[in-house]
Write a protein that binds this ligand. Structure first.
Ligand code: C2E
Ligand code: CA
Ligand code: CA
Ligand code: CA
Length: 278
């Protein structure tokens, strides 16, 4: 059973006691989950639009709770963002993804980049650069096989620190992607002076694109603009053959989505997708 912790005062934060207690239970559970190794990573393939060949993988966290079962990241990532625990989660995910990728390389698989989601909060709090350097040193993974996915939220505040951090990471050889592009507050205008490698078009732009003229002309314009700024475009959440063909037609560079694969446990990704080096 759960101990009545020192955070029980938070029950009075809001009116809905049921919601609060579930939230509190999850929030308190995060620390324990990390300690007791209940987090793991799944990996979703990304393919070149032109050839269908594997071009990268995205690491996505999973929480296997001993009593509550699998808790989806959409349920606990926002809580972790709120409480600040996201910094610990980012560190775990980054370390485990780098470790696994290096292990695959050491086993003889052809090296591919791994994409890791980094919270916007990490750009304002904690030392992102130090964390990354430490983990790259410890795992021995070359920075060219690391890509960081950041959301437009990172640019909410106009900050020299953010720009300096991105320029530094890029200087190490790490790729930077803008995740969920088009859903938040930022303009391509703002991104054009930053060394961004690619923009991931949110699934809301891709869903049903083949039969929606308005959507497809918006996406076409975004893609042309992104290309003119020398960045690549990744389509997220590609579920159907029609969506995939349409993204190819509009010159998306890379595709990701259930059509190719759901996120897989490391062993399954290895078996199904990793090409052996000759
Ligand atoms: P995201 O970074 O945009 O990740 C893509 C999400 O879309 C993943 O959900 C993935 O499983 C799902 N997805 C991929 N292809 C398709 C598709 O064809 N159709 C549909 N409907 N969905 C698809 P997931 O793994 O549940 O993660 C949800 C969100 O939670 C992520 O969105 C990300 O914002 C956050 N998240 C997940 N793992 C991490 C992590 O390690 N660190 C951080 N900071 N956030 C994470
Ligand atoms: Ca992502
Ligand atoms: Ca995304
Ligand atoms: Ca998302």
């Amino acid at each position: 059973a759960k101990k009545e912790g020192d955070s029980s005062y938070r029950f009075f934060d809001s009116g809905d006691a049921t919601f609060i207690s579930e939230k509190l239970q999850l929030e308190n559970g995060l620390y324990k989950a990390l300690q007791e190794h209940h987090f793991s990573l799944h990996y979703q393939p990304k393919v070149y639009a032109a050839t269908g060949e594997l071009c990268g993988i995205e690491a996505l966290i999973r929480w296997q709770h001993p009593e509550l079962g699998m808790i989806p990241p959409d349920k606990f990532i926002p809580l972790a963002e709120e409480s600040g625990f996201i910094l610990e989660i980012d560190r775990y995910v980054f370390r485990e993804a780098c470790r696994q990728n290096k292990a695959w390389q050491d086993a003889g698989y052809k090296p591919i980049p791994v994409s890791i989601n980094i919270s916007a909060r990490h750009f304002y709090q904690g030392d992102l650069k130090a964390m990354i350097i430490e983990v790259l040193n410890d795992t021995g993974l070359s920075p060219q096989y690391v890509s960081l996915e950041i959301t437009e939220g990172v640019f909410m505040r106009q900050s020299d620190h953010v720009i300096e951090t991105i320029v530094y990471l890029r200087g190490l050889g790490i790729q930077i992607s803008i995740d969920d592009f088009g859903t938040g507050f930022s303009s391509l205008n703002q991104l054009q002076w930053l060394p961004i490698s690619d923009v991931k078009l949110d699934r809301s732009f891709i869903r049903g694109i083949a039969s929606d003229d308005k959507k497809s002309s918006i996406v076409k314009a975004i893609i042309e603009l992104v290309h003119s700024m020398n960045m690549k475009v990744v389509a997220e959440g590609v579920e159907t053959v029609e969506e995939s063909q349409y993204c190819k037609l509009l010159k998306c560079d890379e595709l990701q989505g259930y059509l190719f694969s759901k996120p897989l446990a490391a062993a399954d990704l290895e078996k199904k997708f990793l090409p052996i080096k000759l």
